[in-house]
Write a protein that binds this ligand. Sequence first.
Ligand code: ZN
Length: 182
Amino acid sequence: MPSPVGHMLAGVAVTWSILPQARTRVATVAAVLAAAPDLDLLLPVQHRTATHSIAAVALVVIVAAAVTREVTPAWRARLAAVCGLAVASHLLLDWLGPDPVFPHGIRMFWPLSDRFFISGWDIFRPTARTAIFSPAVMAHNLAAAAQELLLLGPLVWLLWFVRVKPAARFPAEVPGRHHPPK
Ligand SMILES: [Zn+2]
């Protein structure tokens, strides 16, 4: 599985693909959501199950649509899409990476299926989640994070250059309170 560095870069990439004119805090929320499924490591549950599934993506879309009720409908749909796709990007990156722990992969289609899915392509380096402050594990995880930065950093930069920078030249479409016609 990739480190939080790779997942957060993917969250920013999702934001700038869909909402290049969004404020920094939208990209920040998306980055946190993209890394959040691994918080299951702190819970007494099996890793890479419910938080790594289409159910988690659907839940985040529903919550995002509920908490953005006061912005215009167009912004609300796009903000919900950014939040849902940020979580979906976590599933994609984990699916593309190696997983030495059995059962390998993620329970991507839970609750529709209990199967674990993994591509087997091992695009990212594995990260260690135990003894993370030992020098050997720190070096191992830093190398993994550096590789993620090399793979995803150029994509994020490209999106900033072709999407965010040009969008900043035009008057911002600021989301305001939506007043439905009386
Ligand atoms: Zn994960």
